[in-house]
Design a protein around this ligand. Sequence first.
Ligand SMILES: [Fe+2]
Ligand SMILES: [Fe+2]
Length: 169
Amino acid sequence: MKSLDWKNDSEYMAIVGDLLEKKEVQKLDNYTQHHNGTRLDHCISVSYESYLLAKKHNLDAVSTARAGLLHDLFYYDWRTTKFTLGSHAFIHPRVALRNAEKLTVLNDKEKDIILKHMWGATIARPKYFESSIVSFVDDEQAITEYFDHVRKEFKMKLMKYKEKVIKFI
Ligand SMILES: [Fe+2]
Ligand SMILES: [Fe+2]
């Protein structure tokens, strides 16, 4: 993905700084999200990109930034952990909401943003524009992160192939 300069955005940092310092959020750095990058990278990208969009459209940028950061606050590998109660798409927003509520007080909009971010894969429709923004940005990030991974794999294969050809020549 294109690198967003969130660290140098003092207005954004003033909104999410307290959350970024929490060990429960830092822990997301130990989990791979979409092949490429950690869950923490993913959450920050979704949060910051959604925040910029919300700000541009005069929406609630604060709730968007904070809930965007917490939307995937869960601690398991979704590729290997399976649930009997429902799909990962259905379960993890609920787990993330429960974990987020232990970290900070959430308003209704923030709860909706976290709970509905899998809209499309799950039926419940977002109640707020801000929830739709995070849901769309999350999809876009997942696709970008996946194709970044595919592109890197392809490049590596191509380089190995070139090496073989050079040796042969
Ligand atoms: Fe998610
Ligand atoms: Fe996500």
